[in-house]
Design a protein around this ligand. Structure first.
Ligand code: UD1
Ligand code: CA
Length: 452
């Protein structure tokens, strides 16, 4: 099958400089959703007709299996398909999709494709309570005979509630012949793709129809209001699927998944969490409110407390993270690691049972097992030009308010006294302290304010 995706429209009502089809839904451009659905049908060719935004659309979405053709100026949906005609294989049918209709399911499209078979035309239609603005499906003796656009319709036609979604399947050789005969002699002076319906009927070709399982599958985005509505529908569908799978959601209306979220058994997620990229939550993981988690793997039984931000991290089982923890890319935490509030970790490994419970920055570090990192500890990993590594071996204890000036190593079982600025390696099993000895000055007077 050939697929043609129409994506040249400007999207004036979006009130944006960004081409409409590049606006994100669930973190991905509208057009990417349509392309992915098309791919699910195993087409032999996918052609994207772009126009507004110049090269932005092809450069953002370039992929080996996509062919981009420019439509400039944009003279209507029929004119748009014409631009793609040369690249379509005559021997298989052509499916036309819209780049701004992101939620159609592959299943619905398959039903439509099956209706069309090799020889017939098939149109995806829906019945709407308010059909205003859409092309109306005109039937005679139950068979579709033509589609009339809102602006060209008379009162009787405007009363028809069955509308054209724009999605159709046509036999390609015939489609090309019909396209070449289109005229723009209509209210909008556009080449209407919808005019091919009457042409097919005239040629004795049967026009079938199919309906989507849900109306939202055919909703398009013309404004930010509609984009927000479709985002909610998408998110509610994801939430329902998670619930169906057994995930506990404190409120299915207050979770956002902008990518793929894979959950084990008995996972629970509190309100206000955002998941981006590819996130895997193991069995029994619990996520508290207002966490942002992207591209992460969280092990069995781990607890992520409120307001944690996790990006590009792997977290071991039974770990406890947060509240208010920040894990940056390259963080790898072993089992039962505890990371507490206001701790930032980047490009660092912690082996099992190690803890950094309060106020610390750990960057470019390798931390062994059962290490305790005291409050206010900082790895000074950056000298202004290069990054250096800190190594802390098993069972070390880092006292509060320690600065580890990398490159530096703390040996196995070593203790670093609070307030130390460590500039040389600390030997194993010893106490290393760099602060000055404590002295007390008896009778010392505080300065007093000089009266002017
Ligand atoms: C079209 C249909 C109408 C249907 C409606 C569903 C025609 C003539 N009318 O109307 O029957 O009910 O969709 O939403 O087909 N596009 C291009 N190049 C163009 C014009 C449009 O690529 O020159 C693209 C747009 O970017 C959009 C799609 O085609 O993705 C539909 O265009 P739009 O202007 O929204 O069509 P309507 O007039 O709403
Ligand atoms: Ca539209």
């Amino acid at each position: 099958m050939n697929v043609v995706i129409l994506a040249a429209g400007m999207g004036k009502r979006m009130q944006s400089d960004l081409p409409k089809v590049l606006h994100p839904l669930a973190g991905k451009p509208l057009l990417s959703h349509v392309i992915n659905t098309a791919r699910a049908l195993n087409p032999s060719r996918v052609c994207v007709v772009h126009g507004h935004g110049g090269d932005l659309v092809p450069s953002r979405l370039a992929a080996e299996d996509l062919h981009f053709v420019l439509q400039s100026p944009q003279l209507g949906t029929g004119h748009a398909v014409m631009q793609a005609a040369d690249g379509l294989d005559d021997d298989m049918p052509t499916l036309v999709l819209y780049g701004d209709v992101p939620l159609t399911t592959a299943q619905t499209l398959q039903t439509l494709i099956d209706q069309a078979g090799k020889e017939k035309l098939a149109v995806l239609t829906v019945d709407l309570d308010d059909p205003t603005g859409y092309g109306r499906i005109v039937r005679e003796d139950k068979r579709i005979v033509r589609i009339v656009e809102q602006k060209d319709a008379g009162d009787t036609e405007r009363a028809i509630r069955e509308v054209n979604t724009g999605i159709l399947v046509a036999p390609t050789r015939a489609l090309k012949a019909w396209l070449s005969k289109l005229s723009n002699n209509n209210a909008q002076q556009e080449y209407y793709l919808t005019d091919i319906i009457a042409m097919a009927v005239k040629d004795g070709i049967t026009v079938e129809s199919a309906q989507p399982a849900q109306v939202w599958e055919t909703l398009g985005v013309n404004s930010k209001v509609q984009l927000a509505e479709l985002e909610r529908i998408y998110q509610r569908n994801v939430a329902d699927a998670l619930l169906e799978y057994g995930v506990t959601l404190a409120d299915p209306n207050r979770i956002d998944v902008r990518g793929a979220l894979h959950c084990g058994r008995d996972v629970s997620i509190d309100v206000g969490c955002v998941f981006e990229g590819e996130v895997v939550l193991g069995d029994g993981v619990s996520i508290s409110a207002n966490c942002v988690i992207r591209d992460a793997h969280i092990g069995r039984g781990a607890i992520i407390k409120a307001f944690s931000h996790i990006d590009g991290a792997a977290i071991g089982s039974e770990a406890q993270i947060g509240p208010y923890a920040r894990l940056r890319p390259g963080t790898v935490l072993g089992d039962d690691v505890h990371i507490g509030n206001f701790v930032e970790i980047k490009n660092s490994q912690f082996d099992a049972h190690s803890k950094a419970n309060h106020l610390a920055y750990v960057g470019d570090a390798t931390i062994g097992a059962r290490v305790n990192i005291g409050a206010g500890t900082i790895t000074c990993n950056y000298d202004g030009a290069n990054k250096h590594r800190t190594v802390i071996e098993d069972d070390a204890f880092i006292g509060s308010d320690t600065q580890l000036v990398a490159p530096v190593t703390v040996g196995k079982g070593a203790t670093i006294g609070a307030g130390t600025t460590l500039t040389k390696d600390a030997p194993r099993d010893s106490l290393t302290v760099s602060r000055a000895k404590q002295t007390s000055i008896a009778g010392w007077q505080r300065p007093v304010k000089i009266k002017k």
